[in-house]
Design a protein around this ligand. Structure first.
Ligand code: PAF
Length: 280
């Protein structure tokens, strides 16, 4: 596995590979890798001639009061995991090479980004879209693999690729879960042991919603209340529980089409998100 540290170096390598007709598969990450990330790399490896992963804790997607400085980092461990998973090229740039002092161009998605995590974290998806647009221009992949745990991010990046005509296919990989059902996330590390035990409430809430939906419940508020009841038994606070159109992310009351149930819960150590699609 080769490590490339500047955008220029990475882009040159990608251009050479494309000239040779190689299929490039790409997995963007912010590092502190877990099985969920590795499963996306495995999906890329199965379809690509060359698998590229990036590790970049993107400063522009963190708000002023968010956890940028404290975001967990362990490059040595990540590098080893990428190597073992069969990544061919690892792009590991610094913030200074990704964002020059005079950086002034941004990518804004202004519909899907207004709700859910976008409402709770203003500017977050502008940072995500901008960095992913840059990464696509640097890595020049044929396809990019993204996780379904970040449901809103996945839909926004699909929209960005469609609306800005990026010549890249987006493939999604399923959420990987711990044995008790908690969705794998780099932020789980911030939870105290007691919070870690309680954090399964997001999964339990989603399972309850699925159960009610399967039994015929079609009122969004009834599902939200059932989820809220489960979260309220823990020390976590509900940031949002939303039932939205699976594509437009617009809020829904009567559940006739496939809907996305998405929630965010704040513990003292971390804000966790999870989701499920009902009626697929
Ligand atoms: O999902 C993430 O880890 C990040 O938002 C991404 C896509 C790597 C952009 O920084």
């Amino acid at each position: 596995m080769k490590i490339l540290r500047t955008p220029e170096e990475m882009q040159r390598a990608a251009q050479a590979l494309r000239c040779e007709g190689k299929i490039i598969g790409f997995v963007p990450t912010m590092g502190f890798l877990h099985e969920g990330h590795l499963s996306l790399m495995k999906i890329a490896r199965e379809r690509a001639d060359v698998t590229v992963a990036s590790i970049f804790v993107n400063p522009t997607q963190f708000g002023p009061n968010e956890d940028l400085a404290a975001y967990p980092r362990d490059f040595e461990r990540d590098e080893k995991l990428c190597r073992e998973t069969g990544v061919d090229l690892l792009f590991y740039p610094t913030p200074e090479t990704m964002y020059l002092d005079s950086h002034s161009v941004w990518v804004d998605e202004d519909s899907l980004s207004e709700v859910l995590c976008g409402a709770a974290r203003p500017g977050h998806f502008r940072g995500v879209c901008t960095v992913v647009a840059k990464l696509l221009n640097i890595v020049l992949p044929d396809f990019m693999v993204l996780g379904e745990k970040d449901a809103q991010q996945l839909r926004i990046l699909r929209r960005m690729v469609r609306d800005l005509n990026f010549p890249v296919e987006i493939i999604s990989g399923p959420t990987l879960r711990e044995a008790d059902g908690l969705a794998m996330s780099s932020r789980n590390k911030y939870l105290s042991p007691a919070e870690r035990a309680e954090a399964v409430c997001l999964f339990q809430g989603l399972e309850k919603a699925k159960e009610l939906f399967a039994a015929g419940e079609r009122d969004a508020d009834a599902l939200k209340e059932a989820i809220c009841e489960i979260i309220n038994k823990t020390t976590g606070t509900v940031d949002y529980i939303e039932i939205a159109d699976n594509e437009s992310l617009k809020s829904f009351q009567a559940l006739e089409k496939p809907v996305l149930v998405a929630l965010a819960v704040k513990f003292s150590g971390a804000r966790l998100i999870d989701n499920a699609v009902l009626g697929k």
